[in-house]
Write a protein that binds this ligand. Structure first.
Ligand code: THU
Length: 140
């Protein structure tokens, strides 16, 4: 991943995190998804008083992007941490979000960047995070 793009994704994820609606966990997450057309679509976590109705930031970003007609993604940056604090840990995507990302990973794969700041990040391939993932090829 080109450094300039990675930095932009991390900054956009940090910005999206500001919109998080997380009054129950107070854990705020932002995600910035890079589509193969070069556009970036962001999402934040949106919680609900009925906890199970909550949605993670990564899925919010994917569903928003798909609604805009984008179906193939190159990378996602994720930033998460407790409200009012700078991220203290890397916020890895949950299992459900890994599966959702797997559905829409670009032909050349998808990079997952987890960041505490612009300078402190880790980059993984989605394949590393969800090896042997279940895909449409098995059922279509
Ligand atoms: N969360 C995300 O947004 N992404 C993840 O991959 C894991 C968890 C959110 C869901 C919930 O609003 C809060 O973090 C605490 O679990």
């Amino acid at each position: 991943m080109e450094e300039k793009i990675r930095k932009k994704l991390i900054l956009e994820a940090m910005e999206a995190r500001r919109q998080a609606y997380a009054p129950y966990s107070r854990y705020q997450v932002g995600a910035a998804l890079l589509a193969v057309d070069g556009e970036i679509v962001c999402g934040c976590n949106v919680e609900n008083a009925s906890y199970g109705a909550s949605c993670c930031a990564e899925r919010a970003a994917v569903f928003k992007a798909v609604s805009l007609g984008k179906r193939e993604f190159r990378a996602i940056a994720i930033v998460g941490g407790l409200q009012g604090k700078a991220p203290e840990d890397f916020a890895y995507p949950c299992g459900i979000c890994r599966q959702v990302l797997h559905e829409f990973a670009g032909k050349e794969g998808l990079s997952v960047i987890v960041a505490k700041s612009e300078a402190e990040y880790r980059e993984h391939s989605l394949e590393e995070l969800i090896p042997h993932g279940f895909g449409g090829g098995s059922i279509v």
